[in-house]
Design a protein around this ligand. Structure first.
Ligand SMILES: *[C@@H]1O[C@H](CO)[C@@H](O)[C@H](O)[C@H]1NC(C)=O
Ligand SMILES: *[C@@H]1O[C@H](CO)[C@@H](O)[C@H](O)[C@H]1NC(C)=O
Length: 291
């Protein structure tokens, strides 16, 4: 007799685990996923091979994807296939086996998926997307239903992202001037990355003054870095998070898409990189003077 938690036993009893992944996905209501899996020609693999662990976006998750992106996916089968394979890992991984910050290679060119566990296990995320329903067991694997579709970005570290993205080129310049490139290749880190506009919003002369004083610059920059990976879903309203600089940041949250760090708004959340996660913000965070 397999040991299992009640909910899983109940599912096993109802479905007898005779449903394959595609049949089970249909039964639990992930019908949009089944539709696109079929379009991509992956239904046969998911029905008959495995075992696989599928992080299955719900219909609500697909409904939240911008129309422009859906149309692009419909036009480009390679893009669609890559996206779907990014939601699948080899083997049967139950939620109880996941650890906070754990990485597992997806079937999309081994791009990693990162799992996080928040709120004493009450919230599990894959690449920042909350698991809405875990541990649905099929004959050839297991399904965890996701609240959001997850999109792979080109592989690379925090520094690679900052080097590539034209909207944060001032940050790159500052990181280089402060000799922090090597530090930021470590991690894993959560980085609040101010845009070029955020740097432009500093008082006149403030940026030049910082660039001329490596100590002060490094203090400001490390005040944007938190150890470990915290995706937006894992941040809670009223929370204080310790930075590498040593002082805390305060978090305000007015809903999943509205996160404020001190006086800065998160403009783009949850950019997953190999050694962490980046949240792009619209103001530079200035550490309070040390006592
Ligand atoms: C389709 O997507 C792939 C993978 O992202 C890309 O390399 C390719 O250029 C795209 N093809 C077209 C016609 O847009
Ligand atoms: C550089 O910054 C540090 C830390 O903020 C400060 O203690 C120091 O006085 C500054 N040096 C100059 C020359 O302004």
């Amino acid at each position: 007799m397999l040991r299992c938690v009640l909910a899983v036993c109940a599912v096993a009893a109802v479905y007898g685990q005779t449903d394959n992944l595609v049949q089970l996905a249909t039964k639990i209501g992930a019908t949009d996923l089944v539709k696109v899996v079929t379009q991509a020609g992956l239904a046969d693999t998911l029905a008959n091979k495995g075992p696989f662990t599928v992080f299955a976006p719900s219909n609500e998750a697909f409904a939240r994807v911008p129309k422009r992106i859906i149309e692009e996916l419909e036009r480009n089968k390679t893009l669609l296939t890559d996206l779907l394979l990014y939601h699948v890992t080899n083997g049967k991984v139950l939620s109880t086996q996941l650890k906070n910050g754990q990485l597992a290679p997806s079937l999309f060119e081994k791009h990693d998926l990162r799992f996080n566990i928040y709120n004493e296990g009450k919230l599990i995320t894959a690449e920042g997307s909350p698991v809405a329903l875990a541990d649905q067991q099929a004959s050839n694997g297991v399904i965890h239903l996701l609240n959001k579709v997850i999109f792979p970005i080109p592989e690379g570290s925090v520094v690679d992202f900052v080097s590539r993205d034209p909207f944060v080129s001032t940050l790159l310049k500052a990181v280089v001037a402060a000799n922090l490139v090597k530090t930021l290749e470590g991690g894993p880190f959560t980085v609040f990355a101010p845009t070029n506009e955020a740097f432009n919003r500093l008082p006149p002369g403030a940026l030049d003054k910082l660039l001329a004083n490596v100590t002060a610059l490094a203090e400001v920059l490390t005040y944007h870095v938190v150890k470990g990976t915290v995706y937006a879903e894992g941040l809670t309203n009223g929370e204080r998070v310790a930075t590498v600089e040593g002082q805390d940041l305060s978090v305000r949250k007015m809903g999943p898409e509205r996160v404020i760090i001190n006086n800065a708004m998160v403009e783009r959340a949850d950019i997953s990189v190999t050694n962490g996660v980046i949240h792009v913000i619209n103001n530079v965070l200035i550490p309070p003077p040390k006592k």
